[in-house]
Design a binder for this molecule. Structure first.
Ligand code: SME
Length: 153
């Protein structure tokens, strides 16, 4: 796991640009390259007015545009404010299947102070794709990148 390399590459991609969508688009492409056996890697942005998670830049097949705060794996991540890992999405009650090829899913919250403002969602074609070490590393990668780069729409 090349955690420090990924963080350094991510920071160099977004350092000189403050357009949110351009930066999230490049981050989703970068992360996808480092995540073999994944079929969807991308962002959902929190819309506090409608109480929905709204689709942001991603790599993968077309996906649900809006997810209510209390639905799916993404909704659980939003509500619990912590990384959620589902080894087998078919056993997760309320899982929202955007791509039928997905078998496991990792969702990491992006926090600004104490609020969840966005999520990184990673879907894999493999069951139980992530080790505990990788889950911690990706959670840490997200924390490191987004402590300097704020999600402002
Ligand atoms: N599976 C997610 C929905 C988003 S897609 O995976 C891109 C969920 O259950 O929240």
């Amino acid at each position: 796991m090349k955690k420090n390399i990924i963080i350094a590459q991510a920071k160099s991609l977004i350092n000189d640009e403050n357009n949110l969508y351009a930066n999230l688009a490049n981050l989703s492409a970068l992360f996808k390259e480092y995540l073999p056996d994944t079929n969807w890697v991308g962002f959902y942005l929190v819309d506090f007015e409608s109480k929905n998670l709204v689709l942001g830049p991603f790599q993968g097949k077309v996906a649900c545009v809006r997810i209510p705060f209390n639905k799916g794996v993404c909704g659980k991540c939003y509500t619990d404010k912590k990384t959620i890992y589902v080894e087998n999405v078919h056993e997760f009650p309320g899982h929202i299947a955007c791509d039928s090829a997905s078998n496991s899913e990792l969702v990491i919250p992006i926090l600004d102070k104490d609020k969840v403002v966005a999520l990184l969602d990673i879907d894999s074609v493999k069951f139980n794709r992530f080790s505990e070490e990788e889950i911690n590393s990706w959670t840490n990668i997200v924390e490191e990148i987004f402590k300097d780069f704020k999600i402002k729409k």
